[in-house]
Design a binder for this molecule. Structure first.
Ligand code: KOT
Length: 830
């Protein structure tokens, strides 16, 4: 009955007749052909594969828009409170398969294509994904947008439409080579440009103060330059219903032509102005977690923040509300400090533009914003040199000084803080150059601050934001990360999803706790058999992909041991390498008793300027080359570096993993989300007590998780009592052999010194304590190999892992944000 009512409403709201957007095989086929002809001017015999992909994308898009009309109408009619998510990065992954799933039309679309002799999977393969992020943080934003849409919470996600996203990674002679990303090369059928939704953005210049007729002092910002931000909307459909919007801003020249310059005959200068404006959204900065004071990066941040805030205010005011009520209608989430300038910008817009009194404006600001921290790594905490900041955003510097002045005054008078504490808490860092600490600005300007796993949130309060947490404990909370089970199970692992459907019913994708029911089948041998068969098929799939890409043949019967994530020393890919070398050396000496044939797969990008991370990639490839060519160990081990890790590749890695490597030094990985994706697809985890590993282990049961390594406390104790990696090297015979092997010439005969920097770093500094955890890791792996010899028991644990992953649905995370931070509720479509 409800469905009928909704459909009636839809037919009133959307002008198109129902035929065009019907969901039967015939309807889909007809509108596909129509889009092919009228949308891109092709007939079936004269098409490229890309034409076919585009026509199908348009066909799907029509259906999405039809649903969207309803969501938009309902939000505005119910005058609902909503969320604005501000993030400099998103990694949505390929849209086509996701949208088909969410519309519930995958089977009939596949049939419609089959009737036209088109393989739907080949169309999936054609899609270029938007690589508008570096890794975990950007993918989290996209999982959250999926859940916001699915739960029916009014939401807009704001970000930057980078023309070039994260670089494509190639491997040449074992080294990473970066190529420019071309995601927009063939056009983007999923976005709609909104030229009428555009805002002006000022940079540089100076401020002027004047007294108005009422005697009040007012400030004018006279900019040095100006650009325009135009909205590009991508509809994000939730599972079976609602929608949300991803609104990305592109920088353009205010006037596409500088006529003043042109009239003077300087045509090139006129066009130059346009080029300079467009530079702002040209490229995503690929550095994860360490950025110097790059002026363009600051401009990017301010650019997307001001467009987003102006848009939020515009939406608010056009609903006939007062600007002082902004916080009653919008919760604005800051995804790390990249958008933290929003605190100063909202104050500027309220005070300078809308003439709201400072105290009132501050109340609105603090109640709008909440801030999520994603890292404790000191080099990742954003700070801007005051000088640079003043050059780009002179008015904002004044506002930040005022915010800071009032805040420090309060510390002195209300909390009687001493000078040392005041210096620690100030937004301005004064020791060794003056910097603006963005985490402090975000914390002071927000009503809530959260970490992304239980452990990380505790460490945040104990370390980076300790003083703030002591003064305002109620401000701090934890929201453990989650992942969307739609993309990371339904789509990437259809065989497993179908098996689960059969045994627990079909509503688990939106109620992930339902997976608990799988516990009933953990000991059922025929169920185990089906489970193992699916894993085997997924490993076959991955193997043929790897064969195509690298020319290396794999045996799906081997244990697939995978580490896929950004390459970073703290994530310790090189610890895995040391382990592989130890196995190889022992195998060669005939000393390895308990071993199960293993395929080790690595995937991940290194920041282009991160020399050590790039050397680690080279090391992996040298080890791979040596081992894969050694006939003696052929049946025992293989090592693969799968190039160009992205969301699409990730989707075929997770379902094929037997073992998931989550081996960062404890205290370093804020949460991790790959750990959740692997476990949800039936991999067992070997991991340290770091980030969300702790909670995963708690959920799946200690006996179903391979834990090793120093705890945070142990690591900190070891460091403060003087950590001497060289002593460990000398005392551990196996470790010594492995490390010496790095510089023995066996790996790089043409340059024996190649890995010396890595070698020396480990022997004399070892900041991420690989040596301290090495032996425990090796021992723990032996337990892994022992269990592998008992497939029934392994499979039982694999089933229990999946059964107990309910907590890690991003739907749960978003419900937590909604209750604890945003105070928002789903809309009612009826
Ligand atoms: C990058 C630059 C500055 C500050 C933070 C980052 C950052 C953090 N980028 N990605 N992260 C990761 O975020 C994920 C989602 O919360 C976490 O799971 C992961 O542990 C972070 O490393």
């Amino acid at each position: 009955k409800d469905e009928k009512r909704l459909n009636e409403k839809l037919s009133v709201l959307s002008p198109a007749g129902s035929r065009r957007v019907g969901n039967s095989k015939e309807d889909i086929k007809a509108s596909f052909l129509e889009n092919l002809f009228f949308g891109i001017g092709r007939i079936p015999v004269l098409t490229t594969p890309h034409d076919l992909y585009t026509a199908l994308a348009m066909t799907v898009r029509d259906r999405i828009f039809q649903k969207f009309v309803l969501t938009t109408e309902t939000i505005s009619r119910q005058d609902a409170r909503g969320v604005a998510y501000l993030s400099a990065e998103y990694l949505p992954g390929p849209h086509l398969a996701n949208n088909l799933l969410n519309l519930g039309i995958t089977p009939q679309t596949r049939e419609a294509m089959e009737e036209l002799d088109i393989d739907l999977d080949e169309l999936f393969d054609i899609e270029e994904e938007p690589g508008l992020g570096n890794g975990g943080l950007g993918r989290l934003a996209s999982c959250y947008l999926d859940s916001l849409a699915t739960l029916g919470i009014p939401a807009i996600a704001y970000g930057i439409r980078y023309e070039f996203g994260i670089f494509d990674q190639m491997i040449k002679d074992g080294w990473q080579v970066e190529l420019t990303d071309k995601w927009l090369h063939y056009g983007n059928p999923w976005e709609v440009v909104r030229p009428e939704t555009a805002y002006e953005v000022k940079f540089g210049g100076r401020t002027e103060y004047s007294k108005g007729p009422d005697g009040k002092l007012s400030v004018t910002w006279i900019p040095g330059s100006e650009v325009k931000g135009t909205a590009y909307d991508t509809p994000i459909l939730g599972y079976q219903g609602n929608g949300a919007v991803l609104r990305l801003w592109r920088a353009e020249a205010i006037e596409s032509f500088d006529f003043a310059a042109f009239n003077l005959g300087d045509y090139y200068r006129a066009v130059e102005a346009k080029m300079i404006s467009e530079n702002i959204t040209k490229v995503l900065y690929p550095n994860d977690q360490a950025l110097g004071g790059k002026e363009l990066r600051l401009k990017q941040q301010y650019f997307f923040v001001t467009c987003s805030l102006q848009d939020i205010m515009h939406l608010h005011l056009t609903q006939g509300r007062r600007i002082e009520q902004l916080h009653e209608k919008f919760a604005i989430q800051l995804n790390d400090t990249h958008p933290a300038i929003a605190v100063a910008e909202l104050m500027r817009l309220l005070v300078d533009v809308h003439q709201v009194e400072w105290e009132k404006a501050w109340h609105v600001t603090q109640n709008c914003f909440a801030y999520t921290n994603h890292t404790l790594l000191p080099e990742a905490l954003e700070k801007w040199p005051v000088q640079l900041f003043e050059k780009v955003l002179p008015r904002h510097l004044e506002i930040i000084y005022e915010i800071n002045h009032r805040f420090l005054e309060e510390l002195r008078t209300r909390y009687a803080c001493d000078d040392a504490q005041i210096a620690r808490m100030s937004i301005i860092e004064e020791s060794g150059g003056r910097y603006i600490r963005m985490a402090h600005l975000a914390t002071i300007g927000s009503h809530k601050v959260n970490g992304v796993s239980a452990m990380h949130s505790e460490l945040l309060k104990k370390e980076v934001l300790h003083d703030f947490a002591v003064l305002s404990p109620e401000k701090f909370c934890n929201i453990t990360n989650g992942i969307t089970p739609r993309r990371f199970l339904c789509i990437c692992n259809p065989l497993l999803a179908a098996l689960i459907d059969k045994h627990v019913g079909i509503d688990w994708p939106t109620n992930l706790e339902r997976l608990k029911k799988l516990e009933d089948f953990a000991d059922d041998t025929s169920f185990q058999k089906e489970w193992m068969d699916i894993k085997y098929k997924n490993k076959q799939n991955l193997s043929s992909q790897i064969l195509r890409q690298t020319g290396i043949e794999l045996d799906p019967a081997m244990l697939f041991d995978i580490q896929a994530k950004r390459i970073h020393e703290y994530k310790r890919q090189h610890l895995k390498v040391l382990h592989i070398i130890s196995l190889y050396l022992r195998l060669k000496k005939g000393e390895l008793a308990n071993f199960s044939p293993c395929t080790f797969i690595f995937a991940g990008k290194a920041a282009p300027g991160y020399v050590m991370a790039k050397l680690i990639i080279k090391l992996i490839n040298c080890v791979a080359e040596l081992i894969n060519r050694d006939a003696e160990v052929q049946d025992q081990m293989k090592v693969i570096f799968l190039p160009d890790f992205n969301v699409k590749k990730a989707q075929s890695l997770y379902p094929a993993a037997d073992l998931s490597e989550q081996i960062s030094l404890a205290g370093m990985e804020a949460s991790g989300t790959g750990n959740m994706k692997f476990a949800l697809n039936g991999a067992l985890t070997i991991g340290t007590l770091d980030g969300a590993n702790v909670e995963i282990r708690q959920e799946v049961g200690e006996e179903n998780f391979f834990v090793f390594g120093h705890s945070v406390e142990q690591a900190q104790a070891a460091k403060s009592s003087g950590y001497h990696p060289f002593d460990i090297y000398q005392q551990n015979q196996l470790l010594k052999e492995v490390l010496d092997f790095l510089i023995s010439g066996a790996l790089a005969p043409e340059d024996t010194q190649l890995f010396k920097p890595l070698y020396e770093n480990l022997l004399y500094q070892d900041p991420y304590m690989l040596l301290a955890d090495f032996q425990d890791y090796v021992d723990c792996q032996e337990r892994v190999y022992k269990l592998w010899l008992d497939p029934g028991e392994w499979t039982r644990k694999s089933i229990l892992n999946v059964a107990r992953m309910g907590k890690f649905s991003s739907d749960r995370s978003i419900k937590d944000y909604s209750d604890m931070i945003w105070n928002v509720k789903p809309i009612n479509l009826m």
